[in-house]
Design a protein around this ligand. Structure first.
Ligand code: ZN
Length: 261
């Protein structure tokens, strides 16, 4: 039976955010969560800066280093391109020992979001698209559970003697979340199915019914197998191409990527 947080993908999608579901997420958890009252923000501290979400496997399966901890390690992963990876609908080992307003069972009462960032000077400032998605995702979750921006806390606030993540200022982060909740910020447009300005070139992406001829055209240009199917390999190759061109590596062939191709 699925755990409680099965509403996560739809709530994030309705906020205009990109979502990738990790196989089995509905049934993943160390038991179920209790009454959710807020969100704890984390960064992964993974040293690999070359990929979008290198920590994902660890979030799903747990870690052995420095101390063994069984997965899942968060309900959500947030990639550098602003994609939310749905890891678990149940309880996750993200909070550890800590306290907030008298509550000590962090894993039971908070959703954990692990955002990909090394936590070092080599990874500052955060990509604007990732930070924007972080604030919008937190706001969407808080709105869904009927709580305000104050119920978004940092891991470093939950466990100040042990933790330093995430390495951005929480006062301005919460102010941005509060503005989103007050709807003082325009909503993100939902991800369009078609490129709005040039009707002849539809947006191509994994998981939709793409025109095979156009997919083949893209595959030939970016140097991957031209089979006309937009699968995982093509998506990865598009990300690599986008990275080489200095574009946001979201794996989606939209107007900017079409122009580069
Ligand atoms: Zn943390």
């Amino acid at each position: 039976m699925a755990f409680s947080l099965t509403w996560l993908p739809i709530v994030l999608q309705e906020a205009g955010l990109k979502v990738a579901e990790c196989d089995g997420w509905q049934n993943r958890g160390i038991g179920d969560v209790g009454g959710i009252i807020g969100v704890i923000c984390h960064h992964t501290a993974n040293p690999d800066r070359s990929r979008n979400m290198p920590a994902l496997n660890g979030l799903i399966h747990g870690r052995t280093d420095p101390t063994p901890l069984s997965g899942p390690l968060a309900q959500l992963g947030l990639g550098r391109d602003g994609t939310y990876y749905i890891v678990a609908a149940g309880r996750a080992n993200h909070a550890g020992k800590g306290e907030w307003q008298g509550i000590t069972a962090g894993n039971t009462h908070f959703i954990g979001i692990e955002a990909e960032n090394t936590g070092g000077h080599d990874d500052t400032p955060w990509p604007a698209i990732q930070l924007d998605a972080y604030q919008r995702g937190v706001a969407a979750i808080l709105k869904h559970i009927g709580k305000g921006a104050d119920n978004c806390i940092a891991h470093k606030e939950w466990a100040p003697t042990r933790k330093t993540d995430p390495d951005f200022d929480m006062i301005s982060f919460r102010a941005a979340v509060a503005a989103l909740l007050a709807q003082n910020v325009p909503p993100r447009p939902l991800i369009p199915a078609f490129e709005p300005t040039v009707a002849a070139r539809p947006t191509l992406r994994r998981g939709i019914n793409n025109d095979p001829a156009l997919v083949r055209q893209v595959q030939q240009r970016i140097g991957t197998t031209a089979d006309g199917v937009f699968g995982g390999g093509t998506e990865a190759a598009v990300r690599t191409f986008q990275r080489e061109k200095g574009l946001v590596p979201d794996g989606i062939v939209g107007p900017i990527t079409w122009a580069a191709i």
